[in-house]
Ligand binder design. Structure first.
Ligand code: ASP
Length: 315
C-alpha cells in the first residue's frame, strides 16, 4: 500500500458555539464522539478501503449520537417533527445519492448511499424515499427515537422568538445553536475522494423546507480532479453560493489551492451574502481545509503519521 496519501476530515456543525457556554463535561463528550467518528472512518481508509465507505461510516457514528443535529439528535420542524436530509458523493465516478425530508429513517446517510447504489435517481424525498427504504430493508425509527429534550426546548425558544419579533422565517435569528449538521470527507489510498453530509436542517423550519445538505454542489460535493467538501451553516445561503462546488471550481478553473479556494468561498462569497457557516475539505494530495465564519465549528481530521486533530472553538 506504500506511502500513498490518505485521510479523513469531519465536522459536527457550525454555529454560536462559545467556550463560555460549554461545560468541561459537554466538551469532553463532543471530543470523544468526534474522535470516535474520525477513527472509524480512518480505519477504513488506512486498511485500503474506499473513501466513500469511510465517509459513510464516520457520519453514521455522529447520526447515532444525540449530540449532533443529524439522525438521533435532529432538530424539530415547526410542527414538532424531524425531517432529515443527507447526501453522499463519490469523487471517482461523480455518482451521488441523496434523500430529503425523511422522517423515519434511523440513518439517512445509509439511505442516501442506497439511492446512489440501487436507484436510477439521485435525490429522493419524503414518503417516496421511505417507500424506497422499505423495499431495501433499511432500518426505520419512530418519533420517540429522535426526541431529545434539548432540541424540543430549542423549538419552543424559536417559536417564542418568532412570536415576539413577528419576523418571517427568513428573518429569524439562526445564529444560536439552531442548526448543526454532520459531515465527512475522505481521500483513500487509491486516490479517490468522497463526501457525505447528514442534517436535521434548521429548528422551526416550515413548509417542507429543505436545506443545502441533500443538494449536490451546495452542501456536499466530491470530484477526484479537485477535492471533497461538506458544508454546515445557514442552508439558504449555501444553496445560493453553491458552496461545495464553488470550492472545486475555483481549484479546477482558477488553479487555486484547496485552502485558498475554501477561504475565498467562506470568508468572501458566503460572508459577502450575509451567510454564516463553514466547511471541511480534503484534496487529492491530502491537504485539509476547515474554514468557518461562526463562533465555532465541531471539526477534526486524522492523517497518517499524525495525531487526531479535534477542535471546537475559534482558536
Ligand atoms: N446546512 C443545514 C441546513 O441549512 C444546517 C446546518 O448545517 O446547520 O439545513
Amino acid at each position: 500500500m506504500g506511502d500513498k496519501k490518505f485521510g479523513i476530515v469531519i465536522h459536527g456543525g457550525a454555529g454560536t458555539i462559545l467556550k463560555s457556554k460549554m461545560t468541561p463535561e459537554k466538551e469532553a463528550e463532543y471530543r470523544q464522539k468526534l474522535g470516535e467518528s474520525l477513527q472509524v472512518g480512518y480505519d477504513i481508509v488506512e486498511k485500503g478501503g474506499a473513501a466513500i465507505d469511510a465517509t459513510q461510516a464516520a457520519v453514521k457514528v455522529m447520526e447515532d449520537s444525540p449530540l449532533f443535529n443529524a439522525g438521533k439528535g435532529a432538530v424539530f420542524t415547526h410542527e414538532g417533527l424531524n425531517e432529515q436530509d443527507a447526501c453522499i458523493m463519490d469523487g471517482k465516478t461523480l455518482n451521488s445519492g441523496a434523500v430529503a425530508g425523511v422522517r423515519r429513517i434511523k440513518n439517512p446517510i445509509e439511505l442516501a448511499r442506497l439511492v446512489m447504489d440501487k436507484s436510477e435517481h439521485i435525490l429522493l424525498s419524503g414518503e417516496g424515499a421511505e417507500a424506497f427504504a422499505q423495499m431495501h430493508g433499511i432500518e426505520f425509527a419512530e418519533a420517540e427515537y429522535f426526541y431529545t429534550e434539548h432540541r424540543w426546548k430549542q423549538l419552543r425558544a424559536a417559536k417564542y422568538q418568532e412570536k415576539v419579533t413577528k419576523a418571517d422565517y427568513s428573518q429569524l435569528d439562526h445564529s444560536d445553536d439552531k442548526h448543526g449538521t454532520v459531515g465527512a470527507v475522505a481521500l483513500d489510498r487509491q486516490g479517490n475522494l468522497a463526501a457525505a453530509t447528514s442534517s436535521g436542517g434548521m429548528t422551526n423550519k416550515k413548509f417542507g423546507r429543505l436545506g443545502d445538505s441533500p443538494i449536490v454542489g451546495a452542501g456536499n460535493y466530491a470530484n477526484n480532479r479537485t477535492c471533497a467538501v461538506s458544508g454546515t451553516g445557514h442552508g439558504e445561503y449555501f444553496i445560493t453560493a453553491v458552496v461545495s462546488y464553488d470550492v472545486s471550481a475555483l481549484m479546477e478553473y482558477k488553479g487555486l489551492s484547496l485552502q485558498q479556494a475554501a477561504n475565498m468561498v467562506i470568508y468572501e462569497k458566503l460572508a459577502g451574502l450575509g451567510g454564516t457557516g463553514g466547511l471541511i475539505a480534503i484534496d487529492r494530495d491530502g491537504n485539509v481545509a476547515m474554514p468557518f465564519n461562526t463562533e465555532g465549528m465541531y471539526r477534526g481530521n486524522l492523517l497518517p503519521g499524525q495525531k487526531p486533530v479535534i477542535e471546537i472553538f475559534k482558536e
